[in-house]
Design a protein around this ligand. Structure first.
Ligand code: HEC
Length: 162
């Protein structure tokens, strides 16, 4: 008999948090529009040939260019989804912007020949662009290497629909 009220209280607290989250007007902004614009340019020159212009990656069907045969023509999405992979937000929503930054740094450095021009600032710009493509809004605060915000907390609209 002692436990029941506790469980109920926890359930109510849980609901309260949910409602509060749903009512938040504007999610925090963790990057600037300038970063995203620079990231877009870098993306188009270094990443789009594999991850595509829409960032949705490839599902291995249709014509597979020679350089993508090694991957079976399948490239994970950096926004949205394709039928060969889980949607980007399903995989990344609960992870942080910092984890995404690190993963981008790793991914961008991993393809020969390594692009030495891709320095820290460019990785941050690429991260900003990918966050923007997933529905996060730009603001006055720049993304830094220590920014660590849960991705779904800054891109809630798309998270809800995916
Ligand atoms: C030659 C094709 C190719 C290019 C160019 C390329 N990628 Fe990728 N990328 C892949 C493949 C294949 C994978 C999946 C295998 C892996 O995880 O390494 C991947 C994985 C990733 C991932 C991890 C996705 C996830 O959900 O775990 C990120 C992030 C990423 N790439 C970002 C980039 C960025 C940013 C660039 C440009 C700077 C880029 N990639 C350039 C082929 C490419």
């Amino acid at each position: 008999m002692m436990k029941k009220p506790l469980v109920t209280a926890a359930a109510i607290a849980g609901c309260g948090f949910f409602v509060l989250t749903g009512q938040q007007a504007a999610p925090p902004a963790v990057y600037t529009a300038a970063q995203a614009a620079a990231g877009r340019a870098a993306y188009q020159s270094s990443c789009a040939k594999c991850h595509t212009d829409t960032l949705m990656g490839r599902n291995g069907t249709g014509e597979v260019p020679e350089f993508l045969r090694v991957y079976g023509g399948k490239i994970p999405p950096l926004a949205g989804a394709n039928s060969a992979f889980a949607p980007f937000m399903t995989k990344w929503g609960a992870r942080t912007t910092k984890a995404l930054y690190r993963r981008i740094q790793e991914a961008a450095g991993g393809f020969p020949p390594p692009d030495r021009r891709l320095d820290e600032e460019l990785y941050l710009n690429l991260t900003a662009y990918i966050l923007q493509a997933n529905g996060a809004r730009p603001g006055t605060q720049a993304l830094t290497t220590s920014t660590a915000v849960e991705i779904r907390s800054i891109a809630p609209t798309l998270t809800d629909t995916q």
